[in-house]
Design a protein around this ligand. Structure first.
Ligand code: SF4
Ligand code: SF4
Length: 469
């Protein structure tokens, strides 16, 4: 495994400390989202569909550090949006390094070369650039819906490695992936000098415009067994061996939704990085007020049935490694013997016969409460009509009891409304979740490629986000 010993030791001693303190629920990785803006507009992305006034917002560094202190996780992952577009990224990273937090800065690398040349970062064992690379040139450019992206990312990886930074790659695998090409791509990344590879199956965010390209549990097993059969000796993985065995269907794990919590512009996201079923102001409220029994595959929650993503299952793998002899022995065996899908028996996960629904779908209806819950789920602005005759336009993101949290479309501060004062809700703004689907993107890509092959001058094929720099 590629993870340095000092980092492994930090995580191991942290997990053991939680055990001594008898903490049932703790975080190993904080997913810190300082902004939701991105310079790409991938069709499969469920993170960026917001109105412009939300995409312009940035988290204060002090708020980010408060969240870091509150939850105490030893590893901080900074996704987004695109964190290199965050104006205070240098300051945030410096503060986290000062606090000896291991940082995974998850970037599409379009701005990495520029930020390195600007001297925004200094190499440190605490800082890793985790570069989003979904395959070789053609596969990656297609996956992120923009030609030219792979070349820029590869150039930036080379520069970062040359300058002594820790670099990993992060590959999301969708149902259309070609495993042979992905294997060659892994070898190419190792050749560039990256420390390790990370992978995750694409998960169908409710808000992702693309739904048919995501993987079911069975397809995930097949894909990872193909990919990790007789792996090349040079491949190094920067994720836990138990999680990889889980992806190959060699071991059954249940989700730990609180293990990689997400702190975003709206607060602490309930219950996990993928589902958005409300927000709390503090970590303690998130831990104490979430009905955790309603999440994870075994709960019967229909949204969890095909989910196998790292943010739910890596923390389970880490917990089992340091809290059970069996988990520890399996991890040691996989670390020493290497990951290979030809080893070990394939398992069938236990059946889950019941289903439950949570979130807006469970509460939506035509009364005011139902409309407000639908507004929380809506990725656009709404118009809230109050009983005093006034109207407010903005983005509703949370309901807690009688309180409705609302970002006005023309104003920086959150407003808290009382649901009792609301007379009606109109869905007046564009719903940004109705973004580009894979189907639409594939059609555009194939058409433009055919025109190019016929000799027509066609520029870079892609989807260009409204907020691209
Ligand atoms: S790079 Fe793509 S997947 Fe990542 S945040 Fe941007 S649009 Fe979403
Ligand atoms: S199974 Fe997936 S969607 Fe469900 S709580 Fe866990 S991480 Fe979230």
């Amino acid at each position: 495994m590629a993870v340095p010993v000092s980092q492994m030791w930090t995580v191991a001693s942290y997990v053991l400390k939680q055990k001594i303190l008898r903490r049932k629920r703790y975080a190993t990785v904080l997913m810190l989202e300082p902004l939701l803006r991105c310079n790409l507009a991938c069709a499969g992305c469920g993170k960026i569909q917001y109105p412009a006034h939300i995409l312009k917002k940035e988290m204060e560094v002090a708020d980010a550090l408060k969240a870091v202190e509150e939850c105490g996780a030893p590893i901080i992952s900074i996704p987004g949006g695109e964190p290199l577009m965050y104006s205070k990224i240098g300051e945030l990273v410096k503060e986290l390094v000062k606090r000896k937090k291991y940082i995974y800065l998850c970037t599409n690398a379009l701005l990495l070369k520029q930020r390195l040349e600007e001297g925004v970062f200094k190499p440190s064992k605490y800082l890793t650039f985790n570069v989003h690379m979904d395959g070789d040139r053609e596969a990656h450019d297609f996956a992120v819906c923009r030609e030219g992206t792979y070349d820029k990312a590869e150039e930036a990886i080379k520069l970062a490695v040359e300058r002594g930074f820790r670099v990993c790659t992060n590959t999301t695998l969708f149902s259309h992936v070609d495993t042979e090409r992905t294997r060659k791509f892994f070898s190419r990344m190792m050749e560039l000098g990256v420390e390790g590879l990370t992978m995750s199956p694409g998960y169908s965010y409710q808000k992702a415009p693309d739904q048919q390209n995501f993987l079911s549990r069975e397809k995930t097993f097949t894909l990872f067994r193909d990919l990790l059969k007789d792996p090349e000796p040079e491949w190094q993985f920067n994720q836990s061996p138990l999680f990889m065995e889980f992806l190959m269907g060699k071991v059954h794990l249940e989700c730990t939704p609180w293990g990689n919590p997400c702190y975003t512009l709206f607060g602490w996201q309930k219950p996990c990085y993928l589902l958005q079923e409300g927000y709390t102001d503090t970590w303690e409220e998130l831990i104490n007020d979430t009905q955790w029994e309603n999440y994870g595959r075994a709960s019967g929650n229909s949204k969890c049935q095909n989910c196998m993503v790292h943010c739910g299952y890596e923390p389970t793998a880490v917990h089992q490694t340091f809290n059970s002899l069996k988990g520890f022995a399996r991890t040691v065996a996989a670390t020493l013997g290497g990951i290979d899908s030809r080893k070990g028996k394939n398992i069938t996960p236990p059946a889950v016969g019941h289903r439950i629904e949570t979130g807006a779908e469970a509460k939506a209806g035509e009364d005011i409460s139902g409309k407000l819950h639908r507004a929380v789920d809506y990725r656009g602005d709404v118009t809230v009509k109050l009983r005093d005759g006034t109207s407010l336009e903005g983005f509703v993101f949370n309901i807690e009891g009688e309180s409705v949290d609302f970002f006005p479309s023309k104003g920086a501060e959150v407003q808290v409304l009382s649901s009792g004062d609301v007379q009606d809700v109109d869905f007046t703004g564009r719903n940004f979740a109705d973004g580009a689907s894979w189907e639409a993107w594939t059609k555009k890509y194939n058409e433009q490629k055919a025109r190019r092959e016929a000799g027509e001058a066609v520029g870079a094929i892609g989807i260009f986000s409204e907020e691209a720099q």
